[in-house]
Design a protein. Structure first.
Lengths: 503, 649, 100
């Protein structure tokens, strides 16, 4: 029982980051990083245990005045939308630290940046004040920029800057929408507020927000989130960033940073959907479907396995958009679960790509072959990841995709059928093709002296695979709290913290 | 009492999978005995449950909440129990055989782990009480087949065949998925009470009559699409012959017990739905009949012993589908007949494959042209294979005879209405073809003179034992059980109160209740055709060879060429559809993405940078220029202000 | 008593001279001198108006300005000396390392 779990969870990695920066050796830095990410994991697990899973109100809320004159508050809390992602962030963060255990280049900075990243994403998933939310949203860019820019591959400068500017422009558009909300709404006392739930609830008030204004605000926010997700056609920063980023960076980028966009969808966009024009819902569905299909086809054509995995992320995040756009109970919780499951699965995929890259020396699929012969354990883990990614039942990806598709069919039948018939086989195709080329067949001569990667890499991958299978067989612990949150999103107007009675 | 432990039917093989994959490396024979014991355990449980529910004519149903609107559950009704018995029995035989056959392979532990999972998946598929759970095990079966076909993953053709099997069945699976989603949505519209599990079979059966007819036809066709993929029906049969790249025991499992029968089982399981959608049933009959014929033609010309058997499997599965499709005329009895053929087929096909494996084990080649006269060194194998072949062709009094006969009668009755005669014609001709290719295989392999110098020894008892047991089943199981079987399984849906008359009204087809009097010739025709086919094969291929195959076809015969190339399916599916159309589309979208989508982004950034580059030229760095600009600007400003003031005044 | 306009004329002339110098000269020292002329023209104006009004504020400002000019000259010439050491010239056109 901790009194302020969320603040503590954010503060510990922040402090650990400072300490890690100041360490001198690799072993010190990684121990600090391990502790700094173990504590948030413990706290988030504790929160998950204590969380009232049948209630849709915000829990663990903390609220303090920060800049009272501007209406800025430090407000954090979690509900069924945020908690699974908090859990995902803490799990992935520590596993990334474990995976990167052998990092040799400037290890103190490397681990410090990983911790800063964790601070940022945890903040995004818990902040309930737009001001705070935006700060955390932007904090995340900084470590990722440096991770790509310092530890990246040959085109790291281009990719790092592209990543930064592209997503930053999107954030600025989102910021404009936030300002539009901020300057339109006045609290009963006459002041301004950045409180997220209050502002979102206010958009349903048509005397305050004209339909035109709501639509514009909606589009601005949507754009900010779509770029982050990323959805076609705003996805092109992603493959570049992934290809150049170090493995740990790629894992965090795909598993956590993309989820921020999806989180924004559920926190902000979905509650606003009843107030905006129907056309935007159709737009979301179309973008979702196009992302799924187009991402899958792009992945099929890639030679670089990491780029293939990057495009598969685009494809999988399309399900989130489709599920959110369909706006049914089943589809929305499926989309939330897709976020969670993609977070786990994509970690394994990027770790596999990274391990292949640094053991075999190349990630170009046609140049690889027969690795399973020399790396049997790794081959099993990688295959589990690939099978999970192509939506094999018994693993969490299937549960998510099935729920999204089943839920979406009720409101968007045509789009759903397009996805089923156009996307699923191609998705299976590129995964299996890559597996076959990389792992199977006779081993090439130049790879004869390869062997299984370091035990810490295998360890973090096997933990992920275990979680993937566990949540594929028993999704209920996560799915149930998502279901409660989804029901609230579909049925009701958003409740403010005051209406929930938690502040 | 046994039914309380029904979950162990799947639990034991899964446990075996976990144990062998982690500990198998350290155990003798890769821990194969664990898998065998687990499968025997599943068999014992199945027998126990059968003994409980058969005399009382009850069913076992257990269910628990899973997530959202879905449940997990166990449903053991007559249809399921016969499948459970068959799968666990045949798998036990195959696993025992594999102890001998796979001995010495370095991946032994992996083999037995995957085989255990394969068994578990199939058993789980059979006893699922809802469509979603069935689908999950269905896919698990698919992935196990992927793993096992690609068992010798160092061989490129094995890896490729595994991928092909997975992808082609996946095409069927997405149709199944779509059908399931369609069914769910339609069920959800009925307004059933909160908390009803909409994909539970019982719920589906009970509410079928309320579903819109057009939707039902669509659902039935989509679900049948899944069965087409899994059961290797035309046009998704292409993966099945390639699946021969795996070990022979895997082929036996896939072909007899654990995979291809899943599609037939699915259609049987959803039979009330199909019955209410007669157009879909007609499609089932047509596809089934055509597949039976089409595959048999290819079976005639193959030289690989396993491929002949593979095409015969496709052909026999066509019969099963044909039988279910004939359900429009004969009602739920079709399920009894179809499943009887399925069970009988699984005995003799497992037998045939294991015999082929035994031969290959000794002879060390797949090519029948390199065999000949094997009977001399392998008496047990040869004789048991003869038993299997007799059952396969439907020789009178063997198991295959009864079911095939019934199927053709049902198809004939179905053919009395509308356009249904064509499937019957296909089915009848196929009897002849089956007899010819089966005995071509047997004569070429076991009869005549050795054509090459191959290894001559009988297989060990651990391999021959299962063959003998299966041969006994294949020969003698049919006669004593058939009538009870038809009744027991045919009345499966009575447990749920499914009213087929009402469904017939929904489906809009008239059912003729008084049994049509089929002419005597229809009864006797299969026997004539089958015996005739054996004689033809004997004329061409046995030691009493009277005729040369060359008189029927020549090397340049275009028909022969087409059949030998397997109707150019490989060229069409892999060469054209996969590599040209889909991969081409992928390449085009890649170029589009790089040039247009990302090109636009880069263009915008180039424009911005370019604009800045031009504007910064103004900053010359020469202070004098700045001062001049300031002075000029100030002057202009002053003049403007002054003029403005004057105008204002 | 000299009329105010003459002071203003003087200051304007000095200002224009300084400005002209700034706009045409390239040599650092000359530029510094021109800046001084500009400053002093402003000082003359301040003192002249201060005497004219009369209000002592202007003269105070002029003193401030002179002090500031001294400081500025100190820093400015120091920079110029360093530049000379570095480049061997104080022709400012040649010193453009930070230009595009």
């Amino acid at each position: 029982m901790i009194s302020n779990p969320i603040s503590l969870m954010i503060a510990v990695p922040l402090i650990a980051m400072v300490v890690a920066f100041m360490t001198k050796t690799r072993s010190q830095a990684r121990i600090v990083a391990l502790i700094g990410s173990l504590v948030p994991l413990a706290i988030s697990l504790q929160m998950f245990m204590e969380f009232d899973k049948t209630s849709e109100i915000m829990q663990f809320v903390e609220s303090y005045d920060w800049v009272p004159s501007l209406g800025v508050k430090y407000t954090v809390g979690v509900d069924g939308i945020g908690l699974p992602l908090v859990l995902l962030s803490t799990i992935v963060s520590i596993l990334v630290v474990v995976y990167a255990w052998g990092e040799n280049t400037r290890p103190n900075q490397f681990f410090a940046l990983l911790l800063l990243n964790e601070v940022g994403v945890l903040g995004v998933f818990t902040a309930l004040d737009f001001f705070l939310f935006y700060i955390f949203w932007e904090i995340v860019l900084i470590p990722m920029y440096f991770l790509i820019g310092i530890w990246g591959g040959p085109r790291k400068d281009y990719s790092a800057i592209k990543f930064f500017i592209y997503t930053h422009v999107a954030s600025l558009v989102m910021l404009l929408s936030i300002f539009a909300l901020y300057f339109t709404y006045r609290t009963p006392a006459g002041g301004r507020t950045f409180d997220m739930l209050t502002l979102i609830q206010a958009t349903s008030d048509s005397t305050l927000f004209s339909p035109m204004l709501v639509n514009v605000i909606f589009l601005g926010l949507l754009f900010g989130f779509l770029v982050k997700m990323p959805a076609v056609p705003f996805h092109t920063w992603l493959p570049d960033a992934h290809v150049e980023a170090p493995t740990a960076g790629s894992v965090i980028l795909a598993a956590l940073l993309l989820k921020m966009g999806g989180y924004g969808l559920f926190r902000v966009i979905v509650p606003m959907m009843p107030n905006v024009s129907e056309h935007y819902v159709t737009l979301m569905a179309i973008i979702g479907v196009v992302s799924i299909l187009y991402g899958a086809f792009l992945a099929l054509s890639q030679k670089d396995i990491k780029k293939m995995v990057a495009y598969s992320s685009v494809s999988h995040m399309g399900y989130v958009l489709l599920g959110a756009g369909a706006f049914t109970w089943l589809s929305v919780q499926g989309a939330m679960f897709q976020q969670f499951s993609h977070g786990l699965i994509t970690c394994v995929l990027f770790m596999s790509a990274g391990t292949i890259g640094h053991t075999a020396g190349t990630r170009i699929i046609p140049e690889l072959g027969g690795l399973a012969d020399r790396m049997p354990k790794f081959a099993v883990l990688m295959m589990m990841g690939f099978l999970a990614s192509l939506g094999l039942p018994g693993m969490c990806g299937f549960i998510a995709e099935f729920t999204v598709l089943t839920g979406s069919y009720a409101t968007l039948p045509v789009y759903t059928l397009i996805v089923i018939f156009g996307g699923i086989v191609v998705t299976a195709g590129y995964h299996l093709w890559a597996m076959q080329k990389v792992m199977f067949g006779p081993i090439l001569k130049k790879y004869l002296d390869l062997h299984d990667p370091h035990s810490y890499e295998l360890l973090s991958m096997s933990i992920l695979v275990f979680l993937i299978v566990y949540f594929g067989v028993n999704p209920a612990p996560i799915m149930d709290i998502m279901g409660v949150a989804a029901e609230q999103l579909i049925e009701g107007p958003v409740m403010t913290l005051a209406q929930m009675g938690v502040v | 009492m046994y039914s309380d432990y029904a979950y162990l039917i799947v639990g034991l093989p899964i446990l075996a999978f976990v144990l062998t994959i982690f500990l198998g490396w350290h155990l003798p024979k890769g821990g194969g005995f664990i898998t065998v014991l687990a499968t025997i355990g599943a068999l014992i449980l199945s027998v126990g449950i059968f003994k409980e529910i058969f005399p009382t004519d009850t069913i076992v149903h257990q269910s628990a909440h899973w997530f959202a609107n879905f449940n997990v559950g166990i449903l053991i009704d007559p249809l399921a129990i016969v499948m459970l018995l068959m799968v666990s029995f045949v798998c036990t035989m195959i696993h025992i055989f594999a102890l001998g056959y796979m001995d010495g392979d370095p991946g032994l532990a992996r083999y037995f782990a995957e085989a255990g999972l394969f068994t578990a998946a199939m058993l789980g598929l059979v006893f699922s009480d809802n469509l979603l759970q069935l689908f999950i095990f269905w896919e698990l079966v698919g992935v196990c087949s992927y793993l096992l076909i690609g068992f010798w993953y160092r061989k490129p053709c094995a890896a490729s065949a595994a991928k092909k099997a997975f992808l082609v069945t996946r095409v069927g699976d997405i149709m199944f998925l779509a059908g399931m989603i369609l069914l769910y949505t339609n069920m959800a519209k009925l307004g059933l009470p909160e908390g009803t599990y909409l994909l539970q079979f019982q719920t589906i059966y009970e509410n079928l009559v309320h579903l819109p007819s057009g939707q039902m036809t669509a659902i039935a066709l989509l679900i049948f699409g899944g069965a087409v993929g899994k059961s290797g029906q035309f046009p998704l049969h292409v993966w099945l012959p390639d699946a021969m790249e795996g070990p022979t025991t895997v082929s036996a499992m896939i072909h007899a017990a654990t995979m291809v029968t899943a599609g037939v089982y699915l259609v049987a399981r959803m039979f009330p739905l199909f019955y209410a959608a007669p157009n879909a049933l007609m499609v089932v009959a047509y596809i089934g009949g055509f597949t039976a014929f089409f595959a048999a033609t290819m079976g005639l010309v193959m030289f690989d012993i396993k491929r002949v058997l593979a095409y015969s499997t496709i052909s026999q599965l066509g019969y099963m589908m044909l039988s279910l499709g004939a359900g429009a005329a004969v009602g739920a009895a079709a399920v009894g007949v179809g499943i009887f053929h399925l069970v009988g087929h699984s005995f003799f096909k497992a037998l045939l494959f294991l015999c082929a494996g035994s031969v290959i084990h000794a002879v060390d080649t797949n090519d029948m042209r390199e065999m000949g006269g094997v009977l001399r060194s392998m008496k047990w194998t040869g004789l048991t294979m003869l038993a299997g072949a007799l059952a396969l062709v439907g020789f009178p009094l063997t198991t295959g005879f009864y079911s095939k006969d019934e199927i053709l009668v049902a198809a004939f009755e179905n053919g009395l209405y509308g356009l249904g005669w064509l499937p019957y014609a296909f089915g009848a001709v196929t009897v002849l073809l089956t007899a010819v290719y089966s005995f071509r295989l047997w004569f070429t392999t076991f009869d005549g003179e050795p054509r090459t110098d191959y290894g001559k020894h009988e297989s060990p008892w651990v391999m021959v034992g299962p063959l003998v047991i299966l041969a006994i089943c294949a020969l003698f199981m049919g006669y004593p059980t058939q009538d009870t079987f038809y009744d027991y399984v045919g009345n499966n849906f009575d447990h749920y109160g499914v009213d087929f008359d009402e469904l017939a009204v929904v489906g809009g087809h008239h059912i003729e209740h008084e049994a049509a009097h089929e002419p005597f010739i229809i009864k006797i025709l299969p026997i004539i055709l089958c015996v005739g086919g054996i004689l033809i094969a004997a004329l061409f291929y046995s030691r009493w060879k009277k005729l040369d195959p060359g008189i029927v076809t020549s090397k340049n015969d275009p028909l022969r060429k087409i059949v030998l190339r397997r109707y150019y399916q490989h060229e069409i599916y892999t060469g054209w559809l996969a590599e040209k159309v889909v991969y081409g589309l992928a390449l085009v979208s890649n170029v589009f993405d790089l040039k247009i989508v990302d090109g636009a982004v880069n263009k915008i950034s180039k424009l911005t940078v370019g604009l800045g580059g031009n504007v910064r030229r103004v900053q010359t760095g020469v202070i004098q220029n700045y001062i001049t600009a300031i002075v000029l600007g100030l002057t202009v400003l002053l003049v403007v202000v002054k003029l403005g003031m004057e105008v204002a005044i | 008593m000299v009329p105010l306009v003459l002071y203003v004329l003087l200051a304007s002339t000095m200002f224009v001279v300084g400005l002209y110098g700034l706009m045409t000269q390239r040599n650092g020292i000359k530029l510094m001198m021109c800046v001084e002329i500009l400053l002093n023209s402003a000082n003359i104006n301040l003192v002249a108006f201060s005497a004219h009004l009369p209000n002592v504020d202007g003269q105070v400002f002029a003193l401030f300005s002179i002090a500031l000019a001294a400081a500025e000259a100190g820093v400015g010439f120091a920079i110029l000396i360093l530049l000379y050491r570095l480049y061997g010239t104080i022709e400012l056109d040649n010193i453009n390392a930070l230009r595009w």
